[in-house]
Design a binder for this molecule. Structure first.
Ligand code: GLA
Ligand code: ZN
Length: 684
């Protein structure tokens, strides 16, 4: 059965390839803008994100609108077959606005109001900022919503941060009233009898502050949830006039890798297509494997948010100007890094930025067009060549990644686990733990979805839930039902500790999962960095894994309550007690890992076996060299296998059947050599 998602825009049903474009910085030099068109065609670029921070060029003084330059840019695009993601300019604002209406300026947690400057620093509650934004967007929509060059709206830019002004405080109190109804209910949920922090009037409640309240965990959690909701509310104000003018045009806002400040799962519900900005630090280590794993995970996350193709809205054509050290992309890396996104489900490859600005803070950030101003640069050629490549892969557009494995990853849990003040405050390492588990699938070439508690669990054969510290009762029940129906579940230490209010589950950890995993976690300790223990695999364990693996950082003492021990602690006063267990539930099974095993070899062996047992497909039915992954996109009929070499050396990959090179049609079988930074797309 063939299944394809429709293209992001019917106007441009091919891979979108382009960049953030800032013509407003060059209005004094019209020749540059003409030259840009010539260069865009040469670079095989077909789409630009325009107007992202253009407010002052569109409204130089209050109520005076100057859209003529944008008319010209878009008309010229239309004449030349170039398309635009038209941005709303709310990511930055003109000085006149801050001067006339100080309430639009953001207030920090320290209660100090920012001065005008920078960007991404508005109050998203301010009625004035909302009104100004809606008015600007209404005018943009009126003028451009039917423009032939416009394929969609790029809303603001990298939404994030919080504002602590009085308007936001009032909105927070309103949000809390709606959630809890009574102060009594709030006090109970927040456990405020602790340190006499009970509130007796709503007006006493404020956002968390370093010089005020930071110790009530549920308060911190609710503030973060409120910030997400309020940001979404602002986003809705932005898109209302756009949708009104043309409901067909998709809206998106660019997200950031594992950004903690907003619950992206909620924000994703609001956008028509997910887009994000990926800036890996390539070539900083001998192998790019770890960096690739992190970015693969992010690509998988952003695809999973809507379970459909996403957009790589920004990436750098060469280097950034904000990383601690900025290395140039080595030959092959531009293609590899771009196809990396496509392999995981991106239907676009876009850059920051088209042309380097002449002044200000991003003048040295990589761009398609450098200060030299012509096309005869290595970076320009890399970009042009990639454009050609994408042109040969248009069949891939709209295909999906058929994952049978899912990793549970929720913002609520991230926030709570970091805030916890528990066994290892020097670094609880939640995200790294998630990567430690994910890496094993990446190395095996097993597609993974990154899902949240609210997502459907059926359809997966395996769910991995590392450190699900915050676990709702109903999520526990859902996971239990998943296992009963025949699923495999892997849960680790420090799971099922608190509920949605950050209140500890009473009656034994891992709370709602206790009977699923068949163990009781009695106590947990953090180890200092120099300390370690080990996991000793039990003789004749059902996994067929032998030997001993190092444990670091976190150790739980657990008791078997129906589960079977597969491995035990090697030392300390709890030597011989279980570390790795398995419990049979209904038609499925649940594994529990009670300590942070630090060796990758363990995860390779363990998940190798689990994947095999659960009957999960590897993209290539062969072992892959370390640092090489295989990813899969399919329409249910045709399959596209992406072979990506991040190992830093040339590698040989065994092909499990006959393939054709998706770009050249060349027939391939046997083994294939991937050069350093090599990438191939195979069709079968
Ligand atoms: C972010 C922003 C861009 C630009 C790039 C630089 O992703 O959205 O405007 O500043 O970073 O890497
Ligand atoms: Zn505010």
């Amino acid at each position: 059965m063939s299944q394809k998602f429709p293209p992001i825009s019917k106007k441009l049903p091919v891979f979108m390839h382009g960049a953030d474009y800032n013509p407003d910085q060059w209005l004094h030099d019209p020749k540059v803008l003409e030259e840009d068109i010539r260069l865009m065609k040469l670079a095989n670029c077909n789409v630009m994100s325009v107007g992202i921070f253009s407010w002052v060029s569109l409204e130089p003084s209050e109520g005076e609108y100057t859209f003529e330059w944008l008319d010209e840019v878009l008309d010229r695009f239309a004449e030349n077959g170039i398309y635009a993601w038209l941005a709303t300019p709310s990511g930055a604002r003109p000085a006149w606005m801050s001067q006339h209406y100080p309430e639009v300026l953001r207030v920090g947690a320290n209660r100090v109001r920012n001065l005008q400057g920078g960007r991404h620093n508005h109050c998203y509650t301010s009625p004035v900022y909302r009104k100004k934004t809606a008015e600007m967007n209404r005018r943009l929509a009126e003028r451009y919503a039917q423009h032939p060059a416009v394929v969609g709206w790029h809303i603001s830019n990298e939404l994030g941060g919080d504002c602590n002004c009085e308007l936001c405080q009032e909105a927070f109190r309103g949000w809390l009233k709606a959630k809890y109804g009574t102060l009594d209910a709030l006090n109970r949920a927040w456990w405020t009898a602790f340190w006499s922090h009970t509130y007796t009037d709503w007006s006493q409640i404020e956002s968390p502050a370093p010089h005020g309240e930071m110790m009530v965990h549920a308060h911190n959690l609710d503030w973060r949830r409120f910030v997400t909701d309020q940001t979404i509310d602002f986003y809705r104000v932005e898109i209302a006039p756009l949708k009104n003018a043309n409901p067909e045009l998709p809206c998106t806002t660019n997200m950031m890798d594992l950004f903690e400040g907003l619950d992206y799962r909620k924000l994703a519900e609001e956008v028509d297509v997910v887009s994000w900005d990926a800036y890996p630090k390539w070539h900083n280590e001998t192998s790019d494997g770890r960096e690739a794993v992190w970015f693969s995970f992010n690509h998988d996350l952003f695809r999973s948010l809507k379970k459909k193709p996403f957009m790589l809205m920004e990436s750098t054509p060469s280097l950034t100007n904000w990383q601690p050290v900025s290395k140039l992309k080595r030959p092959g890396m531009h293609r590899l890094s771009s196809l990396h996104a496509v392999a995981h489900g991106s239907d676009t490859v876009q850059y920051f930025q088209w042309r380097k600005s002449r002044g200000s803070s991003e003048k040295f950030h990589g761009a398609v067009v450098d200060h030299v101003g012509h096309e005869h640069t290595r970076v320009f050629q890399d970009v042009a060549t990639l454009g050609e490549t994408l042109g040969k892969l248009d069949d891939v557009l709209g295909t999906t990644v058929p994952a049978e494995t899912a990793i549970l990853f929720d913002w609520d849990n991230r926030w709570a686990v970091r805030d916890a003040q528990g066994p290892r405050n020097m670094g609880i390492g939640y995200e790294n733990t998630v990567m430690q588990h994910y890496r094993a699938f990446w190395e095996m070439g097993v597609p993974v979805d990154v899902i949240g508690a609210e997502d459907a669990f059926d359809g997966y054969k395996l769910i991995v839930a590392p450190m699900v510290y915050l676990l709702r009762q109903e999520t526990g029940e859902k996971l239990h039902a998943f296992v009963e129906r025949g699923g495999t579940l892997v849960v680790t230490y420090w799971s099922g500790i608190v509920d949605e209010n950050d209140l500890c589950h009473l009656g034994g950890f891992p709370g709602p999962l206790r009977k699923t995993v068949g163990i009781w976690a009695e106590e947990i300790e953090g180890l200092p960095d120099h300390d370690c223990n080990s996991l000793v695999m039990a003789e004749g364990n059902g996994l067929g894994i032998a030997g001993e693996f190092e444990i670091r950082e976190l150790c739980e003492r657990i008791h078997l309550e129906g589960a079977q021990a597969l491995g035990v602690y090697g030392s300390d006063f709890y030597a011989g007690e279980p570390v790795l267990t398995v419990n049979a539930v209904g038609k499925g099974k649940a594994y529990y890992l009670a300590a942070r095993v630090s060796e990758d070899a363990f995860y390779d062996a363990f998940y190798g076996k689990v994947v095999e047992e659960a009957g999960i497909r590897r993209v290539l039915d062969a072992d892959l060299p370390a640092g090489v992954t295989a990813q899969l996109r399919t329409d249910g009929d045709r399959e596209y296998v992406f072979l990506l070499n991040f190992s830093g050396t040339a590698c040989e990959v065994e092909l499990d059947r006959e393939y054709a090179d998706a770009e050249t049609g060349e027939q391939l079988s046997g083994s294939l050599v991937l050069p350093v930074n090599g990438s191939r797309v195979l069709r079968s």
